[in-house]
Design a binder for this molecule. Structure first.
Ligand code: PEP
Ligand code: MN
Length: 293
């Protein structure tokens, strides 16, 4: 173990990697996140209508996604922006699951909404703005669903693991970490994808780690190439925004892929997933290189 990391992370004992617990798998329906499969979660930023979501669900499922994303409760920076369809959006997500068999991941922003969202969702997403909403994290300890915990846009990896520890100590060990880009001085991209976060988190924690290239990039042209990087660094999957007509999207259209672009991205990933396969075989050695053992 890198001595710098040792004291820094090991105090979050429920989520830290240890001799007995090197890797945990989060099971969602028939899907294993953190196992050998690279699990792709895709869909629109926000659920806008039944037609938009069902169409997207069909296309992403056909292209190989296993989990459908879509916000029904949206954390918008402006009070005038579309705030999401709420319970109506949750019902549309449920219908999409029934029609396609995809599992559902959707965002929860406050503890008051945990119960209703847990009725519909397979995975509860905590967004970057909520990573330090401790009353929400505590409530998620008892929600009975896995939690997808996004890294705060100004959070260190230690901050992220501290939040994961809050959820775990409140009773829920089923946590997936998500690197979605952080704020830096760079403005050419919406955020800066911290690709090193993936191997570091995997070295110090047993939790699965996925990458969201959409919110990191902020522009769709960069999403497929960042997805390649995620595969090669042995991330456990992706969270990607896809929209039938990105130019008409009510949120995050600039970074959303069209159906065709998503299919091309999935095809393009194949050789990188083959490389990842090799990485999976050599995980113990690679983790030793980055300092875990
Ligand atoms: C989202 O997934 O649409 C979202 C709001 O993400 P983030 O919290 O990473 O900004
Ligand atoms: Mn979004």
């Amino acid at each position: 173990m890198n001595p710098k990391w040792n004291g820094q992370f090991s105090r979050y004992d429920l989520v830290a990697r240890s001799g007995e617990n090197t890797r945990s798998v989060v099971r969602v329906r028939d899907i294993e996140i953190g196992g050998s499969e690279f699990v792709v979660m895709a869909g629109p930023c926000a659920v806008e209508s039944e037609q938009q979501l069902l169409q997207t669900a069909e296309h992403v499922a056909e292209a190989g996604a296993r989990i459908l994303r879509g916000g029904a409760y949206k954390p918008r920076s402006s009070p005038y922006a579309f705030q999401g369809l709420g319970v109506h959006g949750l019902k549309i997500l449920k219908k999409a699951r029934e029609q396609t068999g995809l599992a559902i991941v959707t965002e929860v922003m406050c503890k008051e909404d945990v119960e209703v969202i847990a009725e519909f969702a397979d995975i509860m997403q905590v967004g970057t703005r909520s990573m330090e909403n401790y009353s929400l994290l505590e409530a998620l300890g008892e929600c009975g669903r896995p939690v997808l915990l996004k890294r705060g846009m100004s959070a260190t990896l230690e901050d992220l693991l501290r939040s994961a520890q809050v959820i775990a100590s409140a009773g829920n060990p089923q946590i997936i970490l998500c690197e979605r880009g952080i704020r830096t001085f760079e403005t050419a991209t919406r955020n800066t994808l911290d690709i090193a976060a993936v191997p570091v988190l995997k070295a110090v924690s047993h939790l699965p780690v996925i990458v969201d290239p959409s919110h990191a990039a902020g522009v769709r042209s960069l999403v497929p190439i960042l997805a390649r990087a995620a595969a090669v660094v042995d991330a456990d999957g992706l969270l990607v925004e896809v929209h039938p007509h990105p130019e008409q999207a009510l949120s995050d259209g600039e970074q959303s892929l069209t159906f065709g672009e998503f299919r091309d991205m999935m095809d393009d990933l194949q050789p990188y997933l083959a490389l990842r396969e090799r990485t999976v075989q050599s995980r113990p050695r690679l983790l030793a290189v980055v300092g875990a053992d």
